[in-house]
Structures are given as structure tokens and as C-alpha cells.
Design a protein around this ligand. Structure first.
Ligand code: RTP
Length: 155
């Protein structure tokens, strides 16, 4: 069992390939630990293209979408479920603005990144998306089920 479901608010936090390659995994995890959130699941994962496209489906019309999918699938990511009251909004604050040059110093992106296309970490933008994104990281059989259900919802 790697990533678990829970009734308490959870956020899906993913260290992107550049964060893993640059050796920032410990630094990023420690910021969430020091804040006081609870790590409920973690795995190193090579994201397949179909799952990356599903994860970022809201952005599929954006001109940068193909580059984003190439980036996310370019190397292993660290998938995590973090738990705690208000974790979704708080994690977004800890992570900082999408464009690292606009992210405040003290945030992860503000301290550790310079490019929007290499912004080291993802955090869910709502509790519902936290559940949905953590759901993608269940057992492979369940993932197929989640993808199938998601496609029925879209249809
Ligand atoms: P994330 O989903 O990764 O946590 O990022 P976010 O909410 O801060 O930003 P979002 O608008 O959802 O964009 C998702 C990711 O797409 C890449 N991006 N590239 N103009 C660009 O080239 C551009 N804009 C966005 C970033 O990697 C961003 O985190």
C-alpha cells in the first residue's frame, strides 16, 4: 500500500522530474514535515503519458500542454499524500506562485526555481482534486477503473 484514501483532508503533492533530478526531494519533504502535516503515502513513479494527460486534463487546450506532458514524463516523480486540516490551501502557499520568479521568497518555488516549465513541485488546487489525484496513484487495476469512470463523467 503506497498512497491511501482518508476522510481527513489530503493534498496530492508531486515532486516533478526536475526536483528529483536536482536532489531536492529531502528539502521539499522537510518543508511539509516542519509545517506539521502528516505524510500518509509516498512513492517514486515514472508517470505514463496517459496518466499525465489525465492529471492535467484541464490544461489540454493550452499551447504549453504538449511540453508540460513531455516534462512530467521525462523522469521519475515523487508522489505523496499529505494530510491535515487545511492542507490543500496551505500546501499551495508553501509551494508559491506557478511562475517561480513571481513566487515569494520563503516558498518552495520562490527559493528553489526560476522557470514556470521547471517549477519543481505540484500541489492539488482543491480538496476534491486532492482525492481525485491521490486516486490515480492507487493499485494499477484501480487506476484503470478511475480513468474509465473519469471518461464516463466527461462523456
Ligand atoms: P501545478 O498544477 O503543477 O501545481 O501548477 P499550478 O497549479 O501552479 O499551475 P497550473 O496553471 O495548473 O499549470 C500546471 C503546470 O503547467 C506548467 N505551465 N507552463 N506558460 C507556461 O509555459 C506554463 N504555464 C503553466 C507549469 O509546470 C505548471 O506548474
Amino acid at each position: 500500500r503506497s498512497i491511501v484514501a482518508s476522510a481527513v483532508e489530503q493534498s496530492y503533492i508531486m515532486i516533478k522530474p526536475d526536483g528529483v533530478q536536482r536532489g531536492l526531494v529531502g528539502e521539499i519533504i522537510s518543508r511539509f514535515e516542519k509545517k506539521g502535516f502528516i505524510l500518509k503515502g509516498l512513492k517514486l513513479f515514472q508517470c505514463p503519458k496517459d496518466l499525465a494527460q489525465e492529471h492535467y486534463k484541464d490544461l489540454k487546450e493550452k499551447p504549453f500542454f504538449p511540453k508540460l506532458i513531455d516534462y512530467i514524463t521525462s523522469g521519475p516523480v515523487v508522489c505523496m499524500a499529505w494530510e491535515g486540516d487545511g492542507v490543500v490551501a496551505s500546501a499551495r502557499k508553501l509551494i508559491g506562485a506557478t511562475n517561480p520568479l513571481q513566487a515569494e521568497p520563503g516558498t518552495i518555488r520562490g527559493d528553489l526555481a526560476v522557470q514556470t516549465g521547471r517549477n519543481v513541485v505540484h500541489g492539488s488546487d482543491s480538496p476534491d482534486n486532492g482525492k481525485r489525484e491521490i486516486g490515480y496513484q492507487c493499485l494499477p487495476q484501480l487506476r484503470v477503473l478511475v480513468l474509465l469512470l473519469a471518461s464516463f463523467q466527461v462523456a
